[in-house]
Design a protein around this ligand. Structure first.
Ligand code: 5GP
Length: 189
């Protein structure tokens, strides 16, 4: 809880194009900066090998997701890559902030825009690739998507890159450790 003279804890929202490395940045942050609370999203997409329910995402059915929306338990939610639904449970975010913990959401652009409507005091950080070619290389390099899915993700990425001007700050993801340190500085500032 913030006391007089202490600035209130701010929510930081990290967004950026697909395959820019948001997930890797978040994983590194989780490992090296446990003092920063990171929201666990709910999603209707299938679990990938190595992903742990409740750690990387809470994997839910369509019906379960509908129920969360209906009960207004999500701070924001969106259909990402015209594929699956993803959302941020509201209560844990509010609790982390009330406890004075710096909190981070790693979400897509549509979600970031919804958070800006509801919590305009949050800080919005755009993670950018060093170049478009590098972004495509990273997207193809991951090799976990079908060609159709990859094309959908590139389409989303083009629109997302254009949105950089809506953000308070940009971090260029040259290397993960450097990007994380920049992010941590922003979160603490
Ligand atoms: P992936 O399926 O590769 O884990 O994530 C796909 C995209 O969904 C990423 O761009 C990620 O930022 C976004 N995403 C993850 N969680 C959420 C969420 O809670 N809300 C929104 N709007 N997007 C999310």
């Amino acid at each position: 809880m913030s006391s007089p003279g202490t600035p209130p804890t701010r929510l930081t929202v990290l967004a950026g194009p697909t395959a820019v490395g948001k997930g890797t940045v978040t994983a590194w942050l989780r490992e090296h900066h446990p003092e920063i609370w990171i929201s666990v999203s709910v999603t209707t997409r299938a679990r990938r090998p190595g992903e742990v329910d409740g750690v990387h995402y809470r994997f839910v059915s369509d019906d379960e997701f509908d129920a969360l929306v209906e009960a207004e338990e999500l701070l924001e939610w969106a259909v990402v890559h015209k594929n699956a639904r993803y959302g941020t449970p509201r209560q844990p975010v509010l609790e982390a902030l009330a406890a004075g913990r710096p909190a981070l959401l790693e979400i897509d652009l549509q979600g970031a825009r919804q958070v800006r409507m509801r919590m305009p005091e949050a800080r919005f950080v755009f993670l950018a690739p060093p170049s478009w070619d590098e972004l495509v290389r990273r997207l193809v390099g991951r090799g976990t998507e079908t060609p159709d899915e990859r094309e959908r993700r590139l389409e989303t990425a083009r629109a997302e890159l254009a949105a950089e001007t809506e953000f308070d700050a940009t971090i260029v993801n040259h290397t993960i450790p450097a990007a994380v340190e920049e992010l941590v500085e922003l979160i603490r500032s």
